[in-house]
Design a protein around this ligand. Structure first.
Ligand SMILES: [Zn+2]
Length: 80
């Protein structure tokens, strides 16, 4: 199930409170995130395909098995 569009509208970057936008993640980035979250999903392999990118600071918050992880500590740093 995709992330609820209405949920997307109310989500903001926890670091700077700016809007976030859906972003497809590179395959190698997804692989790293799957390994990172695997131990938290005891009965299933987590699925990671997209993230939410902050329009201001550029941090990317991963969406893990359709759950947006809106934590600064777990965000991917802004790209270049
Ligand atoms: Zn931000």
């Amino acid at each position: 199930m995709p992330v609820d569009p209405q949920l997307l509208e109310i989500l903001v970057c926890p670091a700077c409170k700016a809007d976030v936008e859906l972003k497809t993640l590179a395959a190698n980035t997804c692989a790293v995130l799957v390994e990172r979250y695997r131990e938290k999903f005891r009965d299933e392999v987590p699925e990671v395909h997209e993230g939410l990118r902050c329009t201001k600071c550029g941090r990317v918050y991963p969406i893990v098995s359709d759950i947006p992880v809106m934590l600064v500590d777990e965000a991917l740093p802004a790209e270049g």
